[in-house]
Write a new protein. Structure first.
Length: 118
């Protein structure tokens, strides 16, 4: 059974930082692409960061230069380092995984709330 468990969300002030973690089980982690979706209030989910099994990364323009996705294959964990947070970064962040970049939506975590507010 595939499980993606996110952690690290919370309330942070504008300009602050947070690091999200996603622990995976039930998949061959090192062979899978991993990513993070964000769903802002009243909006559709959008892919904001992804990393392939080989370590190549891709970012949505809205987070480029502020967010960093990384993976630790020894720990079966993917991270999202978020810096210079803005109120518009508020939303539920979902960890996703798939056998390739094109199949990132194969598996979903339950989501973790990030709120950026003063």
């Amino acid at each position: 059974q595939v499980q993606l468990v996110e952690s690290g969300g919370g309330l942070v002030q504008p300009g602050g930082s947070l690091t999200l973690s996603c622990a995976a089980s039930g998949i061959i982690f090192r062979a899978n692409a991993m990513g993070w979706y964000r769903q802002a209030p009243g909006k559709q989910r959008e892919l904001i960061a992804a990393i392939t099994s080989g370590g190549s990364t891709n970012y949505d323009d809205s987070v480029k230069g502020r967010f960093t996705i990384s993976r630790d294959n020894a720990k079966n964990t993917v991270y999202l380092q978020m810096n210079s947070l803005k109120p518009e970064d508020t939303g539920v962040y979902y960890c996703v995984s798939g056998g390739s970049y094109a199949r990132l939506q194969d598996y979903w975590g339950q989501g973790t709330q990030v709120t950026v507010s003063s």
